[in-house]
Design a protein around this ligand. Structure first.
Ligand code: FAD
Length: 282
């Protein structure tokens, strides 16, 4: 099977700090890591490769230092890494990021399964997986917590596609879903326990970058106006760290009195509520 794993390098923090003047992410002192969900995606792909054979390609779009994320992926067992790196890719929103990633996947030829993390801990949108599937016209399953069964396409039966059966974590239950291959799945951490990188593989990957290719916009055949900041449909007007000030106050009285008081205060503090509610709650 030809497997592709999307790997994003992210700052090692769930509490991103922004420069209050420029609104930019403060990266100084922040270690970079592989996005945690993507380690689970890699583990899933490596497990499938061990069972069915094939290749695992780790794909990342990012600055030159994102090569470290690919090195780690190769250390874990991926066969090769591809870094999409070009000044034209900078400032991409999720639309432009997913377009860039999908064009690179298209360049790889026929792919059976694309696995990516459900969500990145910095951007946090969880949009990339579904968008990549959409650009490529593939079936998709998100929030995958278990890969129950996978049948690769049989080369002796050309008309019969492969199939993946997964369990998806939903808010109040689990959904069992079958998708024809090729498909894309986004995975959550319940899926598995990622392995550690193999020391020897890691050292080889660090010293000899032969298994890591770097592709630019021309390599994947995209116009620079369709990617990066220029190709982004959304533009950040301002970013800032919310200033939370908690003021605790405990309302006294019977349940009815407390609810009525709370209701009045909410109405007064938010003008959008006034007029919507007539009278008081019973
Ligand atoms: C309006 C807007 C403007 C932005 N402007 C900028 C900007 O100026 N500069 C900037 O650096 N970022 C910018 N970003 C952030 C950037 O768009 C996102 O980091 C990127 O598109 C991925 O989205 P996400 O982090 O929410 O990923 P999610 O959708 O949460 O990630 C899900 C999965 O997709 C895969 N994935 C995500 N990103 C990548 C990647 N780059 N390579 C490989 N796999 C990936 C991973 O498997 C990941 O687990 C902007 C985002 C928005 C919404």
């Amino acid at each position: 099977m030809k497997l592709v794993v999307l790997v994003k390098q992210v700052p090692n923090t769930t509490r991103v700090k922004l420069d209050p003047k420029t609104g930019n992410l403060i990266r100084e002192g922040l270690e970079s890591i592989v996005n945690p969900d993507d380690l689970h995606a890699l583990e899933a792909a490596l497990g499938i490769k061990e069972e069915t054979g094939g290749t695992v390609t780790a794909l990342s779009m990012g600055p030159p230092q994102a090569v470290d994320a690919l090195t780690q992926a190769i250390g874990m067992g991926a066969d090769k890494g591809i870094l999409l790196c070009d000044r034209a890719f900078a400032g991409a929103d999720t639309w432009a990021t997913s377009l860039t990633l999908s064009r690179a996947i298209r360049k790889l030829g026929e792919v059976d399964l694309i696995i990516c993390g459900h969500q990145a801990i910095d951007g946090d949108t969880a949009q990339i997986g579904p968008q990549v599937a959409d650009w490529l016209g593939l079936a998709q399953a998100t929030y995958v917590k278990e890969i129950e069964h996978l049948t690769p396409a049989d080369p002796d039966k050309p008309g019969k596609p492969g199939e993946i059966i997964v369990k998806r974590r939903l808010e109040n239950g689990v959904e069992r879903l079958a998708c024809q291959l090729p498909a894309l799945v986004t995975v959550i951490k319940e899926l598995n326990q990622p392995r550690y990188a193999h020391m020897e593989r890691l050292i080889t990957a660090c010293t000899d970058k032969a298994d890591i290719l770097v592709w630019n916009a021309a390599d994947i055949g995209v116009n620079t106006c369709d990617v990066g900041l220029e190709g982004s449909n959304t533009h950040v007007i301002k970013t800032f760290t919310p200033n939370f000030k908690r003021q605790k106050e405990i309302l006294e009285g019977s349940r009815q009195e407390v609810v009525a008081e709370l209701f009045d205060r909410l109405k007064k503090s938010d003008t959008t509520l006034s007029g919507k509610f007539q009278g008081r709650p019973s």
